[in-house]
Design a protein around this ligand. Sequence first.
Ligand code: SF4
Length: 283
Amino acid sequence: MERLDPHPLTGDLFPSPVPPGGGWPGDPATTATPVAGTAAAVRRLAAGSTGVPELQARVSVCRACPRLVRWREEVARSGRRASFAHQPYWGRPGPSFGDPGAEVLLVGLAPAANGTNRTGRMFTGDSSGDFLYAALHRTGYAALPTSVASGDGQALAGIRIVAAVRCAPPNNAPTPAEKETCSAWLQRDLELAAPRLRAILCLGAIGWGAAVAAARGLGWTVPSPRPRFGHAAEVPLQTPEGRGIRLVGCYHVSPHNTFTGRLTPGMLDDVLRSVRGGGGVAP
Ligand code: SF4
């Protein structure tokens, strides 16, 4: 018999991985959402997504990378961290989270096995997310200073979080082929955001590289030679329609950087404030 565990906030029972359209808070998919099983299908379904909600739904059920699908589901079923052993695990790709009409896209690397892969929300449920959401709240983007579980009331305004790769990879290391396959989702995210987009904030060199590749794939003008990642590095991009978009780098919010002081709360706040436009929620 299938094992069911209670959602940490609602108490509703779910199997792991969580089935699409099964009532998980914030699940963008339904049982009718088309599933990409190959790289070609990712490209087709990404290009055919008419808006952010449809794109998120399709991302959240993707099965195009066999190694990552196997691993994310294995962690969800039998590889849970002891402290979360009695919680259901999302076990699916992480859809983007935040304001669908955002002027800023924040590009991460990939979901964490016991973070997004458990909670179903970007940067939620681990120390990286604790650091990031606290900063997003201080700088007026987030309704709450924490993001602990889907259904907790967290909401973002003016910013949307995406990632270079949407499935948790073993050892946080996706292969070049997996990055390439997943890049079609990110490219479509940029394309859908473009009419209002002012800045792309990249956490780490992999997010930076993925954003540069996506911009090039869309035919945007990217400075040559290829711009190099650095904390607070900034280069101008331009869409074929002439819209200028800032590409900004920031050290990743991983414990490796935040526990060592390489990235401090003040440094992250400064970068977030530098890309801030109008609107947002009051801290
Ligand atoms: S990494 Fe991306 S392309 Fe690969 S299965 Fe996950 S969502 Fe699909």
